[in-house]
Ligand binder design. Structure first.
Ligand SMILES: Cc1ncc(COP(=O)(O)O)c(C=O)c1O
Length: 368
């Protein structure tokens, strides 16, 4: 496939523009450097070793994973510093975690005394496992909201022979709902202050050191970080997607597109492509500052809106369907690139529209 025009690939296909990707990787590294923070990109977005290696080459200290299986794939690929920013529960996973910790520098998330006790038991007799305590700064998913609760869990971790304390972490994902730049700035500042307070409460209560790790793409692009943030873990910034085009106001930083073929024009204002939920995911975007809302952004076709999806079909509302030749290929920016990448066995890397490489999505399906 190397050397062929991306537009001539069989569809649906996921294509990554290597120049946009590289610019995204370098911009992210620059922002982290300016913030005085270590960069640990979240590789759940791409699940590809080829991309992780570019991130490390640009200065990332290691990677962040969501799943034990992802971490194993990246460890097998030679990445030796991995933080699983998630709770790891269950006997089978704890056995795998212990084996993984023997070959890479590993840390995992924890936000409950019972998880900490299970991790401690699993690591008795081994080198202690680094853990980071998750703080809920507003997303209301996981994590401890109260600094006192975080300090109590830190005490338990420090008393556990199987564990050591690395610090606190959060995903300030509620910033995706920011109404505008001022609102994003307010959310980002509040999240940072809460993290710094939690870390300080732990240091005061235990006398231990405590790192602060945060990560989300909107707050990365806000670019304002308080002193004391040690680590940033952006994921989606590597590709960006329809949801980021929302607050960026443009699609120039969107590196990944799904190619889809027009298969029908059943009505004067309706076009059907061969990319449905199994090619794009059925994620929607929130209110958009771009005109083109729906199930993805159709590149270069501001009049078209992807109004519905079934498994294998994407239905576009377009004012003049006759402008879409059956057999022509459209490029669609997915709304949410992380689950979208996980739909593909491999991704076509392309430069100026020509395929330069084919990258396996090595951690595809590694959700255990
Ligand atoms: C724990 C954690 N850290 C970091 C990230 C990265 O966030 P984003 O993709 O907005 O950069 C996520 C995303 O879901 C996450 O769950």
């Amino acid at each position: 496939m190397v050397g062929v025009r991306a537009a001539s690939l069989d569809t649906p296909a996921l294509v990554v523009d290597v120049d946009v990707l590289q610019a995204n990787i370098e911009r992210t590294a620059d922002i982290a450097r300016a913030a005085g923070a270590r960069l640990r990109p979240h590789v759940k977005t791409h699940r590809m070793l080829a991309v992780a290696r570019r991130q490390i080459a640009a200065g990332a200290a290691g990677v962040c994973c969501a799943k034990t299986g992802e971490a194993e794939v990246f460890a097998n690929g030679g990445i030796d510093d991995i933080f699983i920013a998630n709770q790891v529960v269950g006997a089978a996973k704890l056995r795998r975690l212990r084996a993984l910790a023997e070959r890479v520098r590993l840390a995992v998330g924890v936000d409950h005394a019972e998880q900490a006790a299970m991790l401690d038991a699993a690591f008795r007799g081994a080198d202690p496992l680094d853990v980071s305590i998750e703080i809920d700064v507003g997303q209301r998913r996981t994590g401890l909201a109260a600094a006192a609760a975080a300090a109590a869990l830190a005490r338990q971790v420090l008393d556990a022979p199987g564990l050591t304390l690395r610090g606190v972490y959060t995903h300030e994902g509620h910033d995706y709902a920011a109404r505008d730049a001022a609102d994003l700035d307010r959310i980002a500042a509040q999240a940072q202050r809460q993290m710094l307070d939690a870390a300080e409460a732990i240091r005061t209560a235990t006398g231990s050191t405590c790192e602060v790790s945060m990560g989300s793409t909107p707050s990365l692009y806000n670019r304002r970080f308080l002193p004391g943030i040690d680590e940033l873990r952006p994921g989606t910034a590597v590709f960006n997607d329809g949801s980021h085009a929302n607050f960026l106001g443009h699609t120039d930083w969107c590196a990944a597109t799904v190619l889809a073929t027009v298969v029908n024009r059943p009505a004067p204002d309706r076009v059907v492509v061969d990319a449905g939920a199994k090619a794009l995911t059925s994620d929607r975007r929130g209110p958009s500052i771009l005109e083109n809302s729906g199930f993805g952004v159709v590149v270069g076709r501001p009049d078209a809106r992807i109004v519905s999806l079934s498994d294998e079909h994407g239905v576009l509302a377009a004012p003049d369907a006759s402008a879409y030749a059956i057999g022509s290929v459209l490029s669609i920016i997915p709304n949410h690139i992380c689950p979208c990448v996980n739909l593909y066995d491999h991704v076509y890397a392309a430069r100026r529209g020509v395929v330069t490489d084919v990258w396996p999505v090595s951690a595809r399906g590694q959700s255990q």
